[in-house]
Design a protein around this ligand. Structure first.
Ligand code: SF4
Length: 180
């Protein structure tokens, strides 16, 4: 079992990654590399803007707040009694696995670095009127560690990994970079 200092090293300044990077690692390594090297085409993507709109408007009536942790992670939460419930709002379930690991990473970060174990995760799909709970098990903690090491390896590559065509490519902000 790794000590707290091992975890600290894993999440050190050099190896810290955002939830978005965890998400992109799961979706596409090329996307992860491009995003991490500041080839940001995200602003011009209508899809990304739409996602932000969903995020801003769908839960306006709830008592939802945002926490920023270590200037690294910004996430919405709701307090239910003594339990903190982290909320991610997503448009659709096509990238469900990536959404799940992104939220698991936040739970991992809070548990391992902040000692906050009494935290739950919930992904909301307001357009589908569905919510899903996300729970961090010991096995999933190990998976998150593997993902963080994997992200480090991809980001350290001198050039982006060769793209493989995916169903999501046409809606990806980097489509022109990869395929035109
Ligand atoms: S266009 Fe496709 S291959 Fe290229 S970064 Fe986006 S998802 Fe990856």
């Amino acid at each position: 079992m790794e000590s707290e200092s091992d975890i600290g090293a894993l999440l050190s300044k050099e190896m810290f990654f955002s939830g978005t990077q965890v998400n992109y690692y799961v979706i596409c390594k090329t996307k992860l590399w491009l995003f991490s090297h500041f080839v940001t085409m995200e602003q011009s993507s209508d899809l990304v803007s739409y996602g932000k709109l969903v995020h801003e408007t769908s839960y306006g009536g709830d008592k939802k707040k945002e926490i920023v942790i270590d200037d690294r992670i910004a996430i919405d939460f709701i307090r239910k009694g003594d339990t903190l419930v982290l909320h991610e709002v997503k448009k659709g379930k096509r990238l469900e696995r990536a959404h799940r690991y992104q939220l698991l990473y936040y739970l991992f970060y809070l548990a391992e670095l902040k000692g906050m174990e009494d935290v739950e995760g919930e992904i909301d799909y307001p357009l589908l009127r569905k919510k899903e709970k996300v729970e961090l098990t010991d096995a999933l903690k190990e998976e998150i560690k593997t993902i963080l090491k994997g992200i480090q390896e991809v980001v350290a590559l001198p050039e982006p990994p060769r793209p493989s065509y995916l169903r999501i490519c046409r809606k990806c902000a980097y489509f022109e970079f990869c395929w035109v």
